[in-house]
Ligand binder design. Structure first.
Ligand SMILES: Cc1ncc(COP(=O)(O)O)c(C=O)c1O
Length: 401
């Protein structure tokens, strides 16, 4: 056995990987798979952002940069936080990382001590618990019930806080639930946090621009005067600007936390890629940035409503209406215990595997998000694909007896 580090035992093998590997193998073999698995926009990065990247290369921005990033990008991010979020971060309170994922990882590493607990509402994005464990912390879950639109209540939060709780993580709009808290609901949670002065908040706001049905987005750190000094606000270009592959994430937060993250990053990756920094700044400051985000948002809203209506019309399937991000997260547990094509369905993984195998639709089982009764479907795909895929799901369900 090759001698791996003990910490590798902390990271779980993703049980959803088998399903996505199978989907890829089927596609390669020429099978017409309808893919609802992707966690990324199907749009391309807007042209003016690509042009800015070419200009950065032509200007010679190809060398090492300061760890947080070039001053131009720091200033653009601080301006964005002030303008869009009423967050008065100064440029020195900003840092960047290789996507939202790397930003979160660095922050857990910089702030968690062994035994510290991080409260994570479920359903949750798959990487949170793994990152907390790698940083020596312990994930603790607060279940967002489907009957409450997957949202946790202030009482649940209050009851979950112990002397060991160091971080409360909030992700609204959310992956995979597609839910988003109203400003009043968030404020009620903020008031609980305000009563616990040792608690730090991580607010993962990467889906902030993708909200529907007139919902107003507010940044958590603005909701109580005591929160700005103990909240880290995470954002990225991946979802809003269709830039998943560019790996641009950023954090605004208390100076001591940002300094610690910079220290860590200076010994890790040094900084994000030099020639992505100018286009990242342009995306935030050029008015075409906001226009392209809004045009994508409108299309996602239409597709999300359509997918939700179609899923809700399937027999015995329940689905919370998506108010943000680009996911529907239906409950398929009424079919557990039934069989199709000789395969017994026992949980979301076996449901997803049989659906893929027999009717060629790829969905993500909710097991790695704390919900083995639900599957995630991304509506970052065309309406035609949505109809085709849900027709197939309907046929699959009919076979289950
Ligand atoms: C809730 C949430 N946070 C963070 C991330 C990470 O984003 P990035 O692709 O910028 O690393 C994702 C990506 O799917 C996500 O869904």
């Amino acid at each position: 056995m090759f001698p791996l580090a003990e910490r590798m035992k902390l990271v779980s093998e993703s049980i959803t990987l088998a399903v996505s590997a199978k989907a890829n193998a089927l596609k390669k073999a020429g099978v017409d798979v309808v893919g609802f698995g992707a966690g990324e926009p199907d749009f391309d990065t807007p042209d003016f952002i690509k042009e800015a990247a070419k200009a950065a290369l032509d200007k010679g921005q190809t060398k090492y940069t300061p760890t947080p990033c070039y001053p131009e990008l720091k200033a653009a991010i601080a301006e964005k936080f002030n303008r869009d979020n009423a967050l008065p971060y100064k440029p020195q309170q900003i840092t960047t990382g290789a996507g939202g994922k790397h930003c979160l990882y660095m922050a857990f590493m910089a702030l968690l001590n062994p035994g510290d607990e991080c409260l994570i509402p479920s359903p949750y994005w798959v990487s949170y618990p793994e990152q907390v464990k790698l940083a020596g912390g312990t994930p603790r879950y607060i279940r967002g019930e489907e009957s409450n639109g997957f949202k946790i209540t202030p009482r649940q939060l209050e009851e979950a806080i112990t002397p060991k709780t160091r971080i409360f993580l909030i992700n609204s709009p959310s992956n995979p639930g597609g839910h988003a808290y109203t400003p009043d609901e968030l404020k009620a949670l903020a008031e609980v946090v305000a009563r616990h002065p040792n608690l730090i908040v991580f607010s993962d706001e990467i889906y902030e621009k993708l909200v529907y049905d007139g919902l107003k987005f507010v940044s958590f750190a603005t909701l109580h005067p005591s929160l700005l000094d103990r909240t880290l606000t995470f954002n990225c270009h991946s979802k809003s600007f269709a830039m998943t592959g560019w790996r641009i994430g950023y954090i605004g937060g208390p100076q001591a936390a940002i300094d610690a993250i910079n220290k860590l990053q200076s010994q890790m990756t040094s900084h994000i890629t030099s020639f992505t920094q100018h286009p990242a700044a342009v995306a935030l400051t050029d008015p075409r940035g906001a226009q392209s985000v809004e045009s994508m948002r409108q299309q996602f809203e239409k597709r999300g409503q359509h997918m939700w209506q179609r899923l809700s019309a399937l027999p015995k399937v329940t689905c919370v209406r998506p108010l943000g991000a680009f996911y529907c997260f239906p409950n398929v547990s009424a079919y557990f215990g039934k069989s199709a094509g000789g395969v017994k369905i026992t949980d979301a993984v076996s449901f997803s595997a049989a659906l893929l195998e027999q009717n060629h639709v790829a969905v993500v089982p909710g097991n790695d998000s704390g919900f083995d009764t639900h599957v995630r479907l991304s509506f970052a795909t065309s309406q035609q694909q949505i109809d085709k895929g849900i027709d197939r799901i309907g046929e699959f369900l009919k076979k289950l007896t």
